[in-house]
Design a protein around this ligand. Sequence first.
Ligand SMILES: Nc1ncnc2c1ncn2[C@@H]1O[C@H](COP(=O)(O)OP(=O)(O)OP(=O)(O)O)[C@@H](O)[C@H]1O
Ligand SMILES: O=C(CO)[C@H](O)[C@H](O)COP(=O)(O)O
Length: 414
Amino acid sequence: MAICSAHTTTISLRSPCTTTVSNAAAGLVQKQVIFLTSINRRSGSRRRGGGVSRTLLQVSCSADGNKPVVIGLAADSGCGKSTFMRRLTSVFGGAAEPPRGGNPDSNTLISDTTTVICLDDYHSLDRTGRKEKGVTALDPRANNFDLMYEQVKAIKQGQAVQKPIYNHVTGLLDPPELITPPKIFVIEGLHPMFDERVRDLLDFSIYLDISDEVKFAWKIQRDMAERGHSLESIKASIEARKPDFDAYIDPQKQYADAVIEVLPTQLIPDDDEGKVLRVKLIMKEGVDKFNPVYLFDEGSTISWVPCGRKLTCSYPGIKFAYGPDIYFGNEVSVLEMDGQFDRLDELIYVESHLSNLSTKFYGEVTQQMLKHADFPGSNNGTGLFQTIVGLKIRDLYEQIVAERAGAPVEAAKV
Ligand SMILES: Nc1ncnc2c1ncn2[C@@H]1O[C@H](COP(=O)(O)OP(=O)(O)OP(=O)(O)O)[C@@H](O)[C@H]1O
Ligand SMILES: O=C(CO)[C@H](O)[C@H](O)COP(=O)(O)O
């Protein structure tokens, strides 16, 4: 049943009749509701309107009566946001698809539980506009943070919005699309934590921190193999973005509740292939409803090479590390994995040594990883840590829902 918030004094409510109107400035979609407040005692029939019994309210309704939990995911382009979103959606048990019957170039993905919007849709300058002004899409001047704030706030309050669409195919700003409040609202893109007002709306935030070497290897793999770009043009595009990336995107990681840092391996001396990765999951301590994952013993400093009888490891092997650290002045726990799995089903052995995973049953991490074995990063720490963060977000969501229902639950400790 939809639960609605009223903007005027509450009255005794009966069968509301709704019409949708728009507040174009903020792209808000609101419902005007005429409530039937007076009952004809003799006939028992309800009268609408007329005199004192007619009341006009503006209300907004979320699909299930809950206001969405809002998650921010920041990363540069081509750094694995889409892959991460597919893993997250899968943890909630569904597949995400573009809005039905909408713009075929929409950047939005919707599943039963989640709606993921891409913040590129808040570009205020289209491709030509950016070229004329000589700014990149990473520059705040090319983005409308006021509208981003208004709309994320509205969604968080349970109101639908008409969100603009940036069309990556044409480079133009297309007519807006309707976004209704889901259970979990994810804003992914270049700047989810750049604007303090938007940042404050986030219930949880993640930053995908891909080192330059790895970013370059991934870009080459995708843009050369799949998009026909030349090596020179890929290098030039990375170089052109670098100053703005350093100025506006990278600093956001200091605000993230969880950072997934992807670095070249340390297991192969002078590796320049970029195929074997060293991945760190940096988890902020003291975040409400978020218990960092740990290896063996919470708070200890641990180095673990699990390659023995239970885990098949070919060269260069696998190494885990865990321990406390300080990150941008904040206390964090860091879980690290260097190397890659030979056999994904054996991940259960590693999973059984990790705690606070927020799984619902023994082996859920391994099951999720096996389910998406074909996704990039499934044999290394990127896939493993993305899956774990997905489970932590599910746990956070369930705690928030339980708390709102008046039954606070302890975070899952599995
Ligand atoms: N964990 C990973 N391991 C190896 N390669 C990866 C990984 N994640 C992403 N990639 C590579 O990077 C490419 C981009 O990934 P993805 O589409 O998930 O990124 P994105 O941030 O959503 O990109 P964009 O913003 O450009 O749409 C993939 O096609 C793949 O080549
Ligand atoms: O950094 C980006 C985020 O995905 C894009 O480069 C940005 O949105 C500009 O888009 P386009 O490549 O269509 O000009």
